[in-house]
Design a protein around this ligand. Structure first.
Ligand SMILES: *[C@@H]1O[C@H](CO)[C@@H](O)[C@H](O)[C@H]1NC(C)=O
Ligand SMILES: *[C@@H]1O[C@H](CO)[C@@H](O)[C@H](O)[C@H]1NC(C)=O
Ligand SMILES: *[C@@H]1O[C@H](CO)[C@@H](O)[C@H](O)[C@H]1NC(C)=O
Ligand SMILES: *[C@@H]1O[C@H](CO)[C@@H](O)[C@H](O)[C@H]1NC(C)=O
Ligand SMILES: *[C@@H]1O[C@H](CO)[C@@H](O)[C@H](O)[C@H]1NC(C)=O
Ligand SMILES: *[C@@H]1O[C@H](CO)[C@@H](O)[C@H](O)[C@H]1NC(C)=O
Ligand SMILES: *[C@@H]1O[C@H](CO)[C@@H](O)[C@H](O)[C@H]1NC(C)=O
Ligand SMILES: *[C@@H]1O[C@H](CO)[C@@H](O)[C@H](O)[C@H]1NC(C)=O
Length: 289
């Protein structure tokens, strides 16, 4: 199953790192980094574009730095760098069950990769190793709204469940995911904001399904529900009959399998006030440059 890239992204550029991920069909997780860039061209050599490119480089290093273990980092962070006219806006998301170190390593690797590429487009989204982290940047804060259709991956994982068993498997999966969608839309009762995992037993069997969902923190609970519903609607296209699936939207992700793949949500991600203060000062400093 190939990676799906929205058709309207006509000017899409696909830049892949080691271990090209766009055809990770058999891989449960992909080992490698990649990015998809779109929006307007910023290739033209003028001061506005050069400033934007500088701001993107600065932004990427801020995102990598902010996730460091020195200051307790967050699973999601958005910020911006530069003057209004050529400001770069960006965010990162780490999967909610990772340790601080796993998140940071993923982001350093990904932001280094993205920094080394030409900044030829006004918007980019990058995917880190094993899809543990994502980074976005844009020349407008509007990228932070939920936009239907920004699905970058819908891939099956593993083998097909036997046809006779899939009925029950699918029913258990559907009920679980639909429940999570409702919880997300209600502002959820999850342990962690925007992140939930479930382990459910397939009706009438001892097999289990492990489900993980997450939304970026910059969209509303309602849009988190809408985003997850959009991914859910893609399951028949990618993953009809298969034991697992990995579906990625710019604002949410969903992964499931019949074997365990996630850890316990990490408490080390709780923000500290010292850190938040420092971060706000840094943001203000860059905003008024
Ligand atoms: C691209 O540029 C056009 C014209 O300046 C503008 O209207 C449009 O919003 C830009 N699109 C993006 C994604 O930046
Ligand atoms: C961009 O323009 C500046 C000033 O005109 C020039 O010094 C620089 O070499 C140009 N860079 C490229 C990549 O064309
Ligand atoms: C981060 O996103 C929130 C919600 O969209 C927004 O209110 C805030 O201004 C953003 N912060 C930065 C630094 O861009
Ligand atoms: C990212 O990690 C991979 C695997 O460890 C490594 O091969 C690659 O050089 C790293 N890339 C960057 C830009 O750090
Ligand atoms: C699973 O079944 C589908 C048809 O339902 C088939 O196209 C696909 O190749 C099968 N995948 C595996 C891993 O057997
Ligand atoms: C997961 O599903 C595959 C395909 O039905 C099966 O071969 C495998 O044994 C299952 N794994 C577990 C842990 O149930
Ligand atoms: C799986 O369940 C959903 C929701 O009940 C249903 O729409 C879909 O057709 C089912 N798929 C299969 C292959 O049975
Ligand atoms: C899903 O698989 C089942 C059984 O192989 C098949 O009957 C059904 O048509 C498939 N649905 C889709 C949407 O491909």
């Amino acid at each position: 199953m190939a990676w799906a890239i929205p058709l309207f992204l006509i000017t899409t550029l696909i830049c892949s790192g080691p271990g090209l991920i766009l055809n990770a069909a058999e891989e449960e997780d992909f080992d490698g980094v990649s990015s998809v860039c779109y929006g307007n061209s910023t290739k033209k050599n003028n001061s506005k574009n050069l400033e934007f490119q500088n701001n993107v480089h600065l932004l990427l290093s801020v995102l990598g730095y902010e996730s460091s273990s020195l200051h307790p980092p967050l699973t999601f962070l958005n910020t911006s760098v530069g003057r209004v006219s050529d400001r770069a806006y960006g965010s990162y998301l780490c999967r909610g069950d990772l340790s601080v170190r796993q998140c940071h390593n993923c982001l350093v690797n990904l932001t280094n990769f993205m920094s080394a590429l030409e900044i030829d487009n006004s918007e980019c989204i990058g995917f880190g190793r094993f899809l543990w982290c994502m980074v976005r940047y844009a020349n407008t804060p509007k990228f932070a709204v939920y936009e239907e259709g920004l699905v970058f991956s819908h891939n099956s994982i593993g083998e097909n469940v036997s046809v006779s068993d899939y009925r029950q498997y699918n029913e258990t999966l559907s009920n679980t995911v639909q429940g999570l969608i409702i919880e997300a839309g209600n502002g959820n009762n999850w342990d962690k904001t925007n992140f939930a995992t479930r382990v459910v037993e397939v009706t009438g069997s001892r097999e289990k399904i492990y489900v993980l969902v997450q939304c970026t923190a910059d969209i509303s609970p309602m849009d988190c529900g809408n985003c997850l519903r959009e991914l859910y609607s893609r399951i028949p296209d990618c993953c009809n009959g298969s034991q697992g699936g990995l579906l990625i939207h710019a604002n949410c992700l969903m992964k499931y399998n019949n074997q365990s793949f996630f850890g316990v949500a990490n408490r080390g991600f709780l923000p500290s006030y010292i850190h938040m203060t420092f971060f706000l000062l840094l943001t203000m400093y860059f905003s008024f440059l």
